[in-house]
Design a protein around this ligand. Structure first.
Ligand code: UTP
Length: 294
């Protein structure tokens, strides 16, 4: 079986939910404490065995390229001033993986972004990680859980998480035969069903392992809702040809593509980190006390 060596990370979207912050700065570069969101995602991919990251970028996304590049002047300054810990941190970022950048000239949807990466991926299985979703599991990284399923069956695997029934209308929901705990043989996927219509609680999250046959399926997929090429539609076409699995990912999921999810992620991380947790805990207690007294 071919190894999963490459990961596509689409980051070409406009990030309209974060305007005006995302007007000239990619939303993926916004920090969770002191590390940009996109770096957490690249680190998850690398911890899952990925060697090459293919970013699908667009205009105004230069900052992402700069972040994963060498920064000789900054490195020189840190070295001269003896800030060797920081120098190490900075150097490690650019040495995380091989980085490839492809441009999506028009923002025609997630499916279109993935099709843009076809030549960089070639004829091998690959991973997809969305640039605005964090999955935290230090012992067993989210993407690795899907790659392990790929190595078992050799077929595409969609990452899912269980959501409360009343929230199914926010997600794509997977329906299929439960093979074992959290692992399904996908039958179909419905976009944003009402709680009554939802066939399960398994919501599609921003992690996939795909066989290269997805490219043929994407080419056969008509542009759908909002004039976009939807990955979910292409997966339904792929399913006519080969089986697809879905796997519930174990870990804490943060949707940092919207304001509330972003704020929650910062609070959660700050409560976990040694250098910020005491401060954050006290701050929350202080604010809660003040709110109670109001
Ligand atoms: P989103 O649906 O979150 O879109 O895309 P967005 O543009 O980033 O944000 P909003 O909804 O306008 O606030 C999910 C992922 O797919 C990428 C995005 O960059 C994001 O990582 N994407 C989306 C592309 O790369 N190209 C597209 O045409 C659409």
């Amino acid at each position: 079986m071919q190894k999963v060596r490459k990961a596509v990370i689409p980051v070409a979207g406009f990030g309209t939910r974060f305007l005006p912050a995302s007007k000239a700065t990619p939303k993926e570069m916004m920090p969770i404490v002191d590390k940009p969101i996109i770096q957490y995602i690249v680190e998850e991919a690398v911890a899952s065995g990925i060697e090459t990251i293919i970013f699908v970028t667009g205009r105004h996304k230069r900052a992402i390229e700069d972040h994963f590049d060498y920064a000789p002047d900054l490195e020189h300054t840190l070295e001269k001033s003896g800030k060797l810990d920081l120098l190490e941190v900075i150097k490690n970022v650019s040495n995380l993986a091989n980085f490839i950048y492809v441009r999506q000239k028009e923002q025609l949807g997630l499916g279109h972004a993935i099709l843009t990466a076809e030549h960089a991926v070639g004829n091998e299985p690959f991973a997809v990680l969305l640039g605005d979703e964090l999955i935290i599991n230090e012992e067993n990284p989210g993407l690795k859980q899907l790659i392990d399923i790929y190595y078992k069956f050799g077929k595409s695997v969609i990452g899912t998480t269980e959501v409360p029934k009343e929230e199914t209308s926010k997600y794509g929901i997977v329906d299929g035969k439960l093979i074992e705990d959290g692992l399904r043989l996908v039958n179909y996927m419905v976009e944003k069903p009402s709680p009554e219509e939802a066939p399960s609680n398994s919501a599609i999250t921003g992690r996939y392992v795909l066989t290269p046959n997805i490219f043929e399926a994407l080419k056969r997929t008509p542009f759908g809702k909002g004039g976009e090429l939807q990955l979910t539609d292409a997966l339904m076409i792929l399913r006519e040809k080969e089986v697809i699995y879905s796997k519930n990912i174990e870990g804490i999921r943060h949707d940092t593509g919207n304001k509330l999810g972003y704020i929650k992620a910062i609070v959660d991380f700050a409560l976990e980190r040694e250098d910020t947790k005491e401060f954050m805990k006290n701050l929350i207690l202080e604010k809660a006390k003040a709110l109670n007294e109001k």
